[in-house]
Design a protein around this ligand. Structure first.
Ligand code: FES
Length: 106
């Protein structure tokens, strides 16, 4: 299992034990104050937006074009930290990754 440390929309830290292979979104969406993931991981809604801890960000592959496009419309976009959690696969390389669920875009 891969450990993810998730700060939810209320600022609470939750540790998630995630099996490799699924996306981060699929492992955190069941938390009470987490991402909505309206499109189910199709990279077409941006409601799975998370802010990755800067040290953890260095361990991730770069954003693909489609992800960059979706994030560009978010009011809480942070160039250094924003990712769509549905576009990141859980692997052993990201064990201990820290992320914060982005605030809702209203
Ligand atoms: S779940 Fe819709 S873009 Fe990630």
């Amino acid at each position: 299992m891969v450990k993810l440390v998730v700060t939810d929309k209320d600022g609470r830290d939750v540790v998630v034990e995630a099996p490799p292979g699924l996306s981060i979104m699929e492992n955190i969406r069941q938390l009470p104050r987490s991402v909505e993931a309206v499109c189910g991981g199709l990279c077409s809604c941006a409601t799975c937006h998370v802010l990755i801890d800067e040290e953890s960000m260095r361990r991730l592959p770069p954003r693909r074009y489609e992800e960059r496009l979706m994030l560009a419309g978010s009011r809480s976009f942070d160039a250094a930290r924003s990712r769509l959690s549905c576009q990141i696969k859980v692997t052993a390389d990201i064990d201990g990754l820290r992320l914060t669920v982005a605030p809702d875009d209203l």
